[in-house]
Design a protein around this ligand. Structure first.
Ligand code: NAI
Length: 246
């Protein structure tokens, strides 16, 4: 479904980003994998992706850094001959109640989650416009739609991503570029494994499909949105949450 396309996925060393990278590779895309810290995990994903017979390479880069992401996009463009699909998945949490939330807690989350997405869109959109083709997929969260106590910084960043998605979709629609967001509910990854068992059970009670989502549940939609089957979908925020947030 994605044969001949080049996909850049941020936060691809684990969790949802890893699943998206592997699903895109399985559907024939070459993949550039961006990660923050874990070299070993990233190179394992690179190898696993390459086993599908596509080109895969990982790059260490902080998405919050404007000039580093500019150099990163230039390097990937040179290495792969261009980029067709951008998935802004890198994200962090620093959960605290607002009274305990420090300025750094707020700034760090906004910098990675929201400014990181801006940086990547800014640096890739020129080539998308030039070739009149591009698929941008932003991974937001149901927290950005509903809000969540203890996540004011995170919810603000994810709500901001929704505004970013819709504005970019409007700006670039005339150039054959689609920009959409996926809002996962509760997905089993390192980010959510930290939750106590009792809280987890309580949460599952509120999910109509009665289970925590798998990273692959998000990856399936990302592949669809990145494909030409989704050419008439733009500016959309699609929830993948087992019915949690209807
Ligand atoms: P994770 O914590 O397992 O993985 C995060 C990835 O982002 C890692 O590959 C890490 O290297 C990368 N990363 C972190 N900071 C970075 C930076 N400054 N520069 C470059 N890469 C960086 O997270 P998970 O659970 O896989 O989440 C992925 C995305 O999905 C995040 O944006 C998260 O907010 C979102 N999400 C996750 C949900 C869940 O239940 N797990 C629910 C809703 C949204």
């Amino acid at each position: 479904m994605l044969k001949g396309k080049v996909a850049l996925i941020t936060g691809a060393s684990r969790g949802i980003g890893r699943a998206i990278a592997l699903a895109m590779a399985a559907h024939g895309a070459d993949v550039a994998l961006i990660y923050a810290g874990n070299d070993k995990a990233a190179s394992e994903v690179e190898q696993e992706a390459a086993s599908f017979g596509i080109k895969a390479r990982c790059y260490k880069c902080n998405v919050a850094d404007y000039s580093a992401t500019e150099a990163l996009v230039a390097q990937i463009t040179e290495d792969f001959g261009g980029i067709d699909i951008l998935v802004n998945n890198a994200g962090i949490t620093r959960d605290k109640l607002i009274m305990q939330m420090s300025e750094a807690d707020y700034d760090d989350v906004l910098s990675v989650n929201l400014k990181g997405a801006y940086n990547m869109i800014k640096h890739t959109s020129r080539q998308f416009i030039k070739k009149r083709y591009g698929k941008i997929i932003n991974i937001t969260s149901v927290s950005g739609i509903m809000g969540n106590a203890g996540q004011a910084n995170y919810s603000a960043s994810k709500a901001g991503m929704i505004g970013l998605t819709k504005s970019v979709a409007r700006e670039l629609a005339g150039r054959g570029i689609n920009c959409n967001a996926i809002a996962p509910g509760f997905i089993g990854t390192d980010m959510t494994d930290a939750m106590p068992e009792s809280a987890r059970e309580e949460l599952i009670k509120n999910i109509p499909l009665k289970r925590i989502g798998e990273p692959e549940d998000i990856a399936n939609l990302a592949v669809f949105l990145a494909s030409d089957l989704a050419n008439y979908i733009t500016g959309e925020v699609i929830k993948v949450d087992g019915g949690l947030c209807m």
